[in-house]
Structures are given as structure tokens and as C-alpha cells.
Design a binder for this molecule. Structure first.
Ligand code: DMJ
Length: 629
């Protein structure tokens, strides 16, 4: 009625005003940008992490979901208002955008006398990166929020429990010290040799200035990726990353060992993906993971030792249908993590089946396992021989570490681990003369042998890790005794470097040390196990003697294994300081493990690979722990 009473002019003015307001509204809506868009169903769907392999869903809801974008799960958290939306995740496009945080501008060196001085930093700092808030960083490494292993819900609903983002961002970076600088220097020297004479090949031969191939997959380069990341070697990392992007080809008619390629290549790619957040490494990890799967096509589901990654065929060694027990039971951390990341359950299923089967097998001796298992029958073979050394070692290590990786829920793994350590105490532990060193020997058909491989020196670290995770304090006591023994395997030898195998004296004899070395065993391959255990012992006790022991070992590596033109070499004779007989080979684990553990041992930063967030695979590649304990 009123509208009709208005004049024509008044009606036109009112209509014009309405039209004007409507146009303004549309403009202001569209100019709100991404935060608004992300509230629409369409854009939410776009941002949701797609399964990496089409059509496949998460393997197992009990495990942590694959990393998701921070704003991907709004549907699960309806209480979130648009204003609370986190910043969109950082987008990576390639090498120039790699989210590497260099350690710092100035590296303060704490001298052993407590004074400090400033030296040139090992890598260039990047101004832009300093302001990037979406990046979680710890010294020398970065995790994007979408890489965090905590489910988004715990970050949102329990603000009192700091996430790894807050943990790290609020802390002052811990300066690199002199000993860590020495490790960086050693790494660079080793890398120089590899780069100059073996680039893209498996191993450096530093004396002949050439290389050797094992699988033809750039083994040293891949094994060293995460070490470079942790040491803050940005330029070297980027160069290696380019090689992975452009030259790493798995479609090759080549036989690879399932265990070695899993722990070094798959493990190295997965950990580098976690540290750098660069999806290139996950893509490559998926590819090698898929290419290794034919190994599990056996009558017993116990995998064959060898796979042709180009042809997709697998087979046991020529002379037997057996596989090595440590090999088939030390690929689980990697394949389980690959399932979690891809959502493809086949990887985890295959390796879990092996563990379940081994759990039920007869032929164990108080939890100790034989060294071989048949791929046809699925039964242990060569019964009656028990060692914590070659062919069995990492079976024990992975029992504990899988239990930790899975959030300490898989009781069978823990049971098998606890039983095995009781078996070690009952059958394999003895004391030497004259120093009464506790050592782990071997048992062959009821006969004890006082032989201990250097490989066994992983055990003190593993025992300490178990004790840190709530297992009996006895394990820590044993770890302390055993690491002393492993150190003596270096200290009692002329070069200060351990041989591959020692025999302990059980009876005191005049002029004899605890450690005896047979001519066939006096080589040193630059192995990591003692340094690895020193790292765990220092992390958990803070006792500086462990750092000092590691420092002695590094100096002896420099003295007897360093090749002036670049690289380090295995040696044939640790008992001859005037001629240790260089072997002309630098194993990939020297860069992948030995130098990495050295660097971590000398660090006082517990967030530099926090052991409550990461578990190291047996090749020193850190993988995330799935759920908080
Ligand atoms: C590495 O490949 C791994 O540590 C494995 O578990 C044992 N052998 C070497 C290092 O000695």
C-alpha cells in the first residue's frame, strides 16, 4: 500500500539503492579469497589428501592416518570457525623451494674450556625461510604441519599438550659444537671423494678413484640424503636431490637384495621425505616399495632374498631356498610406514605376516632364533646355532622398534623381545678376563663360543631404548656393561679401531688382553654399531664419557681410514698402525649411519631427532612413531 503511495521518482531511487547494495555484496564476497573458498564443499574436497594410489583407502585405522593438509579435515571438527582456519600449507614446487632450514647464521662454538667463539656457518641462511611460520623446524631440519605424526585433533583439542610445532619454535636453536663441526668436515671429505669419483654409483673406491656397483642405484647418495639434511648441508642435499629427481631409475633389469635395498633405499627415501617434506622422495619410495613386492610371492610368504626390480621376479640365492632370519624380519619398519603414508595396506600386510609366522615358530631357544628360514616350508633351518651377530642381529632390534613405532600396542612383539633378552642373559652372556667385560657370545649345539661380532654392538643402544620406553631397568644396566665392552673392542686394539670379530678371553693369561683377534677377522668396514649405541647411551644418561669415547673413535677413523684425495676406506688390518692395509671401499653406511650417529652423539639437542617422536631403522634412517605413548 505504502509502495503505491510513493512517487515514481521515490520508487526509482529506492530500487537503485537496492541494486547498488546487492552489487557491493557480491564484490565483497568474492574478494574474501582463499579462507572463504576453503569453506565451500568443493574447495574442501580439493584440499583433502587424495589416496596416493587411486581407489585405495587407509590400510588400518589403528595406525596413524597419512599426513594431511592442515585444513583438510574440517568436516571432522565442526566446532572450527572460519576465523580459526590455519594458514594454508606451504606449497612446494621443487628444489628451489625445498624447505631446508639452515642451522643458523652464526655458529657458536663452545670450546671444552667453556668459552665460545663465532665461526662461519656451514650453509647459507635464507631470509625468506626465517619468516615461514607454517614450517616446524628443529636444528637443520624441517617438518611441515602436514608431516606431523600427531593427529590434527590432538593439536586442536589439547592445546595444553604442546605439539611439535610449539615445542620447537619456542626453543633457542642449540649451537653446533666443535666436535659436530669435525663430523661435518669428515662428511664433506667423504662426500668430495664420492662426488669426484663415484657420483651416482653405489660405492666409492677412494684409492683407485673409481666406484663399485652393487645394485646400480646410487646407494651411497640415497643412504646419505637424510644425513646431509641433519648436518645442515643444504647445497650438497640439493645437488643430490636433483640426481634423485633426474637420474634415479628403478626400471632396471637388476637383482637387488630385498633387505639391503629396503633398509638403505626405501628407508632412506622415507626418512628424507619426512625430514624435508618433499614429495619426490615419497614417490620414489612408493616405486621401489612396489618393485620389491614380488619377493613375498613364495609358498610360505617368507620372502626370497633377491628381487629383479625391472622384471618383477624374485628368487632365493642360487645354492639354497633359505632366507636369512634377520633379513626377513628387518624390513617391517619401512614397509609398515609405506602403508601408512600411501594408504595401501599390502606393504604392511606382507611384512606383518612374516612377524606373526615367526612368532609362532618352533626351533627357538628361550626366544633366541636360528639364522635361516626356509621360503618353501616356512620353518627355521640349521637349528641349534644362536647369535646376536650376523644373520640374526636386527631381528631383535626390530622386535622392539616395531613395538615402539606402532605406539607400544603390539604385545606379541614385546613378548618376543623380552623373552629373547632373557634368552641372551641365560645362554650368551659371559665375562672376560682380565677386565671382566660383559660380552655376548654364541651358542652352537650347546657349545658356547666367546666370539662376538662388532655387529652385536647395536645391542646396548637397543636395550637402552627399551629401558627409556619403560622396560625393566635391568636392561639399562646390561646396556651400560655392554657398551663398555664395545668401547674396549676399539681401545684394546693398536689402531684404536675395532675388528669385525673378536674373541674374548675367558681365562686370565699373563700378558693377554680381554680381546683376541684372529687374522681373518681383523678388518674394519667403517661400521656404525658402537657409535650408534654411544649415541643412545649419551641421550639417555647425559654421561659425557660416551661422547669422549665417540670422539676417540672419530679421530682414529681420521687417522687410519681417511684418503687424502677424498673419501674414507675400509681397512684390512686394525692391528697394524703403520700399514692398516686400505681396502679401497667406502661402504654407504659410513655416510648413512656412522657419521650421522657421530653428529647426533656430539649434540646436546634432544630435539635433533627426538627419540620420543622418531625411531631409527637399522640403517639409521629416522621414521616417525605413529602415536604418542
Ligand atoms: C648396516 O647395513 C645395517 O646397520 C645393518 O643392520 C647391519 N649392517 C650394516 C652396518 O654395519
Amino acid at each position: 500500500k505504502k509502495w503505491k503511495q510513493l512517487s515514481r521518482l521515490q520508487r526509482s531511487v529506492i530500487l537503485f539503492l537496492f541494486a547498488f547494495l546487492a552489487v557491493c555484496g557480491v564484490i565483497s564476497y568474492t574478494s574474501m579469497g582463499e579462507p572463504w573458498k576453503s569453506l565451500t564443499n568443493k574447495s574442501l574436497d580439493d584440499q583433502r589428501t587424495e589416496p596416493e594410489i587411486p581407489g585405495l583407502k587407509l590400510a588400518n585405522p589403528a595406525v596413524l592416518p597419512a599426513p594431511q593438509k592442515v585444513d583438510a579435515n574440517l568436516g571432522d571438527y565442526p566446532e572450527l570457525s572460519p576465523q580459526k582456519l590455519p594458514k594454508p600449507p606451504h606449497v612446494r614446487h621443487g628444489p628451489s623451494n625445498l624447505q631446508i632450514k639452515p642451522p643458523r647464521r652464526d655458529v657458536k662454538l663452545k670450546t671444552r674450556h667453556g668459552t665460545s667463539r663465532v665461526v662461519e656457518e656451514p650453509v647459507q641462511a635464507d631470509k625468506e625461510e626465517k619468516t615461514e611460520k607454517s614450517v616446524i623446524s628443529w636444528r637443520g631440519a624441517v617438518i611441515e604441519p602436514d608431516q606431523s605424526t600427531e593427529p590434527p585433533s590432538s593439536k586442536i583439542k589439547e592445546p595444553e599438550k604442546p605439539s611439535s610445532v610449539e615445542d620447537v619454535d619456542q626453543k633457542e636453536p642449540v649451537p653446533i659444537n666443535e666436535r659436530q663441526m669435525a663430523v661435518i668436515e669428515a662428511f664433506r671429505h667423504a662426500w668430495k671423494g664420492y662426488k669426484d669419483f663415484a657420483w651416482g654409483h653405489d660405492e666409492l673406491k677412494p684409492l683407485s678413484k673409481s666406484y663399485s656397483e652393487w645394485f646400480g642405484l646410487g646407494l651411497t647418495l640415497i643412504d646419505a640424503l637424510d644425513t646431509m639434511w641433519i648436518l645442515g648441508l643444504k647445497e650438497e642435499f640439493e645437488e643430490a636431490r636433483k640426481w634423485v629427481a633426474n637420474d634415479l631409475v628403478f626400471d632396471k633389469n637388476v637383482d637387488v637384495n630385498l633387505f639391503e635395498s629396503t633398509i638403505r633405499i626405501l628407508g632412506g627415501l622415507l626418512s628424507t621425505y619426512h625430514l624435508s617434506g618433499d614429495s619426490l622422495f615419497l614417490e620414489k619410495a612408493k616405486e621401489i616399495g612396489n618393485r620389491l613386492m614380488p619377493a613375498f610371492k613364495t609358498p610360505s610368504k617368507i620372502p626370497y632374498s633377491d628381487v629383479n626390480i625391472g622384471r618383477g621376479t624374485a628368487h632365493p640365492p642360487r645354492w639354497t631356498s633359505d632366507s636369512t632370519v634377520a633379513e626377513v624380519t628387518s624390513i617391517q619398519l619401512e614397509f609398515r610406514e609405506l602403508s601408512r603414508l600411501t594408504g595401501d595396506e599390502k606393504f604392511q600386510k606382507a611384512v606383518d605376516e612374516v612377524m606373526k609366522h615367526v612368532h609362532t615358530l618352533s626351533g627357538k631357544n628361550d626366544g633366541l632364533v636360528p639364522m635361516f628360514i626356509n621360503t618353501n616350508s616356512g620353518q627355521f633351518t640349521h637349528l641349534g646355532v644362536y647369535t646376536l651377530g650376523a644373520r640374526a642381529d636386527s631381528y631383535y632390534e626390530y622386535l622392539l622398534k616395531q613395538w615402539i613405532q606402532g605406539g607400544k600396542k603390539e604385545n606379541e612383539l614385546l613378548e618376543d623381545y623380552m623373552r629373547a633378552i632373557e634368552g641372551v642373559k641365560k645362554h650368551l652372556l659371559k665375562r672376560s678376563q682380565p677386565k671382566k667385560l660383559t660380552f655376548v657370545g654364541e651358542l652352537a649345539h650347546g657349545h658356547f663360543s666367546a666370539k662376538m661380532d662388532h655387529l652385536v654392538c647395536f645391542l646396548p643402544g637397543t636395550l637402552a631404548l627399551g629401558a627409556h620406553n619403560g622396560l625393566t631397568a635391568d636392561h639399562m644396566k646390561l646396556a651400560e656393561a655392554l657398551i663398555e665392552t664395545c668401547y674396549q673392542m676399539y681401545a684394546q686394539v693398536e689402531t684404536g679401531l675395532s675388528p669385525e670379530i673378536v674373541h674374548f678371553n675367558l681365562h686370565a693369561q699373563k700378558g693377554h688382553k680381554d680381546v683376541e683377534i684372529k687374522p681373518a677377522d681383523r678388518h674394519n668396514l667403517l661400521r656404525p654399531e658402537t657409535v650408534e649405541s654411544l649415541f643412545y647411551m649419551y641421550r639417555f644418561t647425559g654421561d659425557k664419557k660416551y661422547q669422549d669415547w665417540g670422539w676417540e673413535i672419530l679421530q682414529n677413523f681420521n687417522k687410519y681410514t681417511r684418503v687424502p684425495t677424498g673419501g674414507y676406506t675400509s681397512i684390512n688390518n686394525v692391528q697394524n698402525p703403520s700399514n692398516p692395509e686400505p681396502r679401497d671401499k667406502m661402504e654407504s653406511f659410513f655416510l648413512g649411519e656412522t657419521l650421522k650417529y657421530m653428529f647426533l652423539l656430539f649434540s646436546d639437542d634432544i630435539d635433533l631427532i627426538n627419540l620420543d617422536k622418531y625411531v631409527f631403522n637399522t640403517e639409521a634412517h629416522p621414521l616417525p612413531i605413529w602415536a604418542p605413548a
